[in-house]
Every structure is written in structure tokens, then in C-alpha cells.
Design a protein. Structure first.
Lengths: 184, 435
């Protein structure tokens, strides 16, 4: 029975491995030397859900036209920093947004300013700069479909979005083994 | 002299009274135009087909242009008589007065020895029975459509008093998908929505197209690869490249008048500043250095000055500076926010977006900030660009559907008019035209 369970687990992790998009296709026959087949692969969605659970949320919100992190946001980001510090191989996009009643260029600038405020807070908590990448969506990806005043707070936000770490390439050092969350 | 003063006032009042009703009537009863097929003296095969067919296509094009403006009614072609090329310059008025048309368009197309075409067009006032405009062009056979556009431009200006833009192209962003997951494609078309093409296929969000002065390239913002950055692509070819190294957040591109440099904004560590960059991406020159947001820069027509917006005062306001960044000076001082300024081709005006009172509106002001005048009264009107020296294109968002569309408005005032696009559209850019 234990052997069968192990086989099943292997099959699951293998199919998960196949489901991961490779940045570049591996040359034929290079698979055994390429991605380490024994390394457990956890889908980004599972990691993102874990970040949300452990930090309370992956999103911090702002007053309109402000980029100041309020105490609640700082608590959330401190927990996000803990999560990222424990998983130094994981990378994240810090994606800043602004509301749709600001002009397009200003919204892009404000989105970057908010994302930079979040990035700087996380860096101050010890997160490695190499883990974080600042992105501004300006007003181009509203969280709420409404464009009216009530949507300002919803759309004035920064979201920490985990992204695909660079895949192990042929001949490079193995990925660090670390305490991944339980994968079921 | 109180008497003469009173008289002047009375005369003014009478003038106003007499002008207003006619203006109101003019809006209700549009000019009705008859555009019969344009004849050819001899049907000759050319690079662009037979001259007889080209004549019909020229009539089609002039009709399409004038219709697209929404300022005219055009009489059904098949109810109209044919005429000979010699009648083009001397119409038999009785043939046309019964059609109900107020104006008649005639012309002819003739193949020349050198393979090119002579294209002539005339506009008549049928009530006064006289010619009121004429144009003649010698063009390569394949260029017949531009001659037709220019005829329509001239006729439009003659009747409405405002310049026509039919011989010009408009680039914009075609919007589909949902608000939270929009699909945006770069698109380009003639003013009358003919020859519509998509330059990107929606795989990445794109913004802010700007046509180069020679009309061959387009600068725009793309989110390909994740973060917004300025790219340059050719309109007819496949050439498409990032202007700056990867991972630089850049936006708000604008061409220099000579087409050799791009003004843009770079956002670095929470600070957005304006840079001038060579077309090869080399020698970025930083023009602003305040800790706030400096963005939306636009050259004056001679390239010596730059207008831009900054929130260094605490709110978005408009500033001007020399093209090397020196002499920065605030020019807008209203209680509202002022954004996205654009210098007019004539050099004496700046169009802008004003935000205040729960609205975004388009306005113009002098380059020293004087004579501020609002042109629109929509709920969200923004992204002004000049089409010639007297007309501004902009993007209007409907408060109910939240769909955006492109409108034009003359700076002398008047109702904004919607440009025809196949889908909702935003971020207009204009190529330059007949002027």
C-alpha cells in the first residue's frame, strides 16, 4: 500500500512538473540533466494562496492619490516579508495600481510610486532585492469594473504576485532544498 | 454720447438675435449634396484599374468622407443623372435643381501620357447656381484616393468653415474584453474609418500610440514582458523594438518635431521624471529632477520648448521648460488639476485635461497659461491631441456603458463629434493632413 501511495505521489508531482511552463524548451533528451525530477514542484496558485493565508492578504490599499502605507498595510507587509524571507528562491512582482479617474500617465506614475513604497518596506524587513520586481499597471487593470467614486479605494492598491522562478537549466547548480509548504 | 452707445448695444443685440436662430436652423437642416459618378473622357487601363472605375471610386470616397463627418446628407447615387467630363466645369443646372440637393459635386479623371492621372473636382451651390470651390491634382494612378480625400477636405472647409481632415490617418487603441480584463490593440485607419488595420493582436496591453512626423513609425507603450515600456514599430513592416533596456518602466512617449528623439517618462524607485532619448535608445537626457511625478511631456512645434505636467506643487499642474530642461515654470494656477498638456502645431495654444468637480474636461490655454477655455463638458474627457491647429481629438468615456470613444472638437467651440471606429477606442493620435 505504501509503495502504491508513493507511486501515486510521484505521478502527481510528475504531472505537476509537466504542467509548469518552461521559459525555454529543453533540447530533446536533455530532460534528465535539466529540471531535477526529484525536486517537488508546487504550482504558483498554491504558493499564492499560502501567501494570502499566512499574511492575511496579498493586497494593500491606499487613499486616493496617496502612496503612504498605513499601519494596517505595514502589518500585512511585515507578514509578507516573513513569508518571502522563508522562501528566498521565490520571486514576486510588486504590482501597483491606480483608479480610473486619474489621467493615464499619472496613474502609471502613481502605480509605480505605490509599488516602490511597498518594495522599499519589504527590503527594510530584510527581503532580498533580487526577489522583488516593481510593475505599474496604472489604471489598466481595475479590481472593480465600476469607474465611479466608490471604486477608488478598491483600485488604489498594490498586489504581491508570485511569479515563476527561473527554471533549473542544463548544467547549472541544483535548486536549494527548502521547507516548501505541504503539497496535497 | 449715450444715444450712439445705446444704438450700438441695440445693434449688437439685434445681430445676436438674428445670428442665433440661423445657427440653430443650420444644425437642424444639414446641407444635402449630390455626388454623381465622376466621368472620364476615355476609359484607359492604369496601374490602379480603369479610369472609368476610378471615377466611380472617387465619388464613393468623397461621399464616404462627407458622410463620416455627420455634417451632410448625401443623395442616393442611383437616382442621379450622369454627366460628361466637359459638363464637370459647367453643369446643366436644370438637371440637378430637381434632386433636392443644395450642393453638387462634379469632376473628371483623365489618364495622362506619363501614366499618371489628372483628377479635378468642383463644388457648386445649386441655389445660387455658381461654383464655390474647385481642386485639381496630378497624381500617380495608385494615389487617386488621396486626391479624393483632398477634394472632400476642400469642400468640407468651404461649406462648414472648419478644416477637413479626410486626407489623414488616425492611430488609436481598439478596446474589447471586459473592464477588469481588457484587450487592447493598436489600430490605424483613415479619418473616415476606411482602410482600418490592427498593428498588434491584443496579446499585450498597449497604450498611448504616437505617430512619427514622417508617418512611418509609431511610438507606444506595451506591457509585453510584464511592465509598461515604450516601444517603436514601423507601420508597414515587422520592425518592433523596445526603446530602452528591459526592466525600465517608461511611458508617455512623444516625438520631437524632427522625428529624431522621443520624450518619455521613466519611473525609478517611486520617482517619475522626463527624459529625452535618441531613437536608438542612446543618450537619455534627464530633463526634470523633482521628487514628485513629472510626466506627459510634449514639444513645441519648433522643438525649443517642452510643456509637461508635475505634481510638485501637491497637485497635477502644467509647466513649461526649455528643451534642455532649464527654465521650468508653472503656467496653470486654477483650483482644479491640470494634466496631459499638448502644444498646438501653430505654437500659440496648449490643450489639456482639467480634473475637478467630479469631471475630466478638455480645454485650451495660451502658452503662458492665459485665456483658459474649456471645450467639452463630458463626464470623463481626456487625452487631447491636436488635429491641425484648430481642432482637438480626445477620448470620451460614457458614464453608463464605461466604453471609450474618440471625438473631435473645434477650439472655437461647438459640439464634439464622434469618429467612427469598429470598436470602442481610446488614446487617439493624428498623422498630419492637408493643411
Amino acid at each position: 500500500m505504501r509503495f502504491a501511495a508513493m507511486l501515486f505521489a510521484l505521478a502527481v508531482s510528475a504531472s505537476a512538473a509537466i504542467a509548469q511552463p518552461f521559459p525555454q524548451p529543453l533540447p530533446p533528451g536533455a530532460y534528465p540533466q535539466g529540471v531535477l525530477p526529484t525536486a517537488p514542484v508546487v504550482p504558483l496558485s498554491v504558493l499564492q494562496a499560502d501567501l494570502k493565508t499566512q499574511s492575511g492578504t496579498d493586497t494593500v490599499r491606499f487613499q486616493r492619490e496617496s502612496y503612504v502605507l498605513d499601519p494596517t498595510s505595514q502589518q500585512v507587509l511585515a507578514r509578507q516579508a516573513q513569508w518571502l524571507l522563508a522562501r528566498p528562491w521565490i520571486r514576486a512582482n510588486i504590482e501597483g495600481h491606480a483608479d480610473g479617474r486619474l489621467t493615464r500617465d499619472y496613474a502609471l506614475a502613481l502605480g509605480e510610486r505605490r509599488a516602490a513604497a511597498v518594495r522599499n518596506f519589504l527590503l527594510a524587513q530584510g527581503v532580498s532585492p533580487g526577489q522583488l520586481n516593481v510593475v505599474s499597471w496604472g489604471r489598466e487593470r481595475p479590481a472593480s469594473a465600476a469607474l465611479h467614486d466608490a471604486s477608488w479605494l478598491q483600485n488604489s492598491r498594490v498586489v504581491t504576485v508570485l511569479k515563476q522562478a527561473p527554471q533549473q537549466q542544463f548544467g547549472s547548480e541544483p535548486l536549494p532544498q527548502t521547507d516548501l509548504p505541504n503539497y496535497r | 454720447m449715450p444715444d450712439s452707445k445705446t444704438k450700438t448695444l441695440l445693434a449688437l443685440a439685434t445681430a445676436t438675435l438674428t445670428v442665433l436662430p440661423t445657427a440653430a436652423v443650420a444644425q437642424d437642416t444639414l446641407p444635402v449634396i449630390a455626388i454623381p459618378p465622376v466621368p472620364t473622357p476615355r476609359n484607359v487601363e492604369t496601374d490602379a484599374g480603369q479610369t472609368g472605375v476610378i471615377g466611380i471610386q472617387i465619388a464613393d470616397q468623397i461621399e464616404s468622407d462627407l458622410r463620416s463627418s455627420g455634417d451632410f446628407m448625401v443623395i442616393q447615387r442611383n437616382t442621379l443623372k450622369q454627366y460628361s467630363p466637359t459638363e464637370a466645369g459647367a453643369p446643366l443646372y436644370p438637371n440637378w435643381t430637381g434632386t433636392g440637393a443644395s450642393n453638387l459635386v462634379t469632376g473628371y479623371v483623365q489618364a495622362r501620357e506619363d501614366g499618371r492621372l489628372t483628377i479635378a473636382c468642383y463644388l457648386y451651390d445649386l441655389k445660387q447656381r455658381r461654383e464655390i470651390a474647385r481642386k485639381g491634382y496630378v497624381v500617380d494612378a495608385k494615389e487617386w484616393r488621396r486626391a479624393a480625400h483632398r477634394c472632400a477636405d476642400a469642400f468640407y472647409e468651404r461649406i462648414t468653415g472648419t478644416a477637413g481632415f479626410f486626407d489623414s490617418t488616425v492611430a488609436y487603441v481598439a478596446e474589447t474584453g471586459t473592464r477588469t480584463s481588457p484587450v487592447k490593440r493598436l489600430a490605424i485607419m483613415n479619418w473616415d474609418a476606411t482602410d482600418h488595420r490592427y498593428l498588434t493582436q491584443g496579446e499585450s496591453t498597449v497604450l498611448s500610440p504616437r505617430l512619427s512626423p514622417d508617418g512611418e513609425h509609431i511610438a507606444y507603450v506595451s506591457f509585453s514582458g510584464g511592465a509598461p515600456h515604450v516601444r517603436i514599430r514601423s507601420i508597414d513592416g515587422d520592425d518592433d523594438r523596445a526603446l530602452l533596456p528591459p526592466s525600465t518602466i517608461s511611458f508617455a512617449p512623444r516625438w520631437s518635431p524632427d522625428g529624431r528623439r522621443i520624450l518619455l517618462s521613466m519611473a525609478i524607485d517611486g520617482n517619475t521624471d522626463i527624459y529625452s532619448v535618441g531613437l536608438d535608445g542612446n543618450y537619455p537626457q534627464r530633463l526634470t529632477s523633482t521628487p514628485g511625478v513629472d510626466t506627459a511631456a510634449s514639444f513645441s512645434p519648433d522643438g525649443s520648448r517642452i510643456v509637461f505636467e508635475s505634481d510638485r506643487s501637491g497637485r497635477q499642474q502644467i509647466y513649461v521648460m526649455n528643451s534642455n530642461g532649464s527654465g521650468q515654470q508653472r503656467i496653470s494656477f486654477g483650483a482644479a488639476g491640470y494634466a496631459s498638456p499638448v502644444w498646438s502645431p501653430s505654437g500659440d495654444r496648449i490643450a489639456f485635461t482639467r480634473s475637478g468637480g467630479g469631471k475630466l474636461q478638455i480645454g485650451v490655454m495660451r502658452t503662458d497659461g492665459g485665456e483658459e477655455k474649456l471645450l467639452t463638458d463630458g463626464w470623463q474627457d481626456e487625452v487631447p491631441v491636436w488635429a491641425g491647429g484648430r481642432t482637438v481629438l480626445f477620448q470620451r468615456t460614457d458614464p453608463q456603458s464605461l466604453h471609450a470613444a474618440i471625438y473631435s472638437v473645434p477650439i472655437t467651440g461647438g459640439q464634439p463629434k464622434r469618429l467612427t471606429t469598429p470598436q470602442p477606442g481610446s488614446d487617439p493620435a493624428w498623422s498630419g493632413g492637408s493643411e
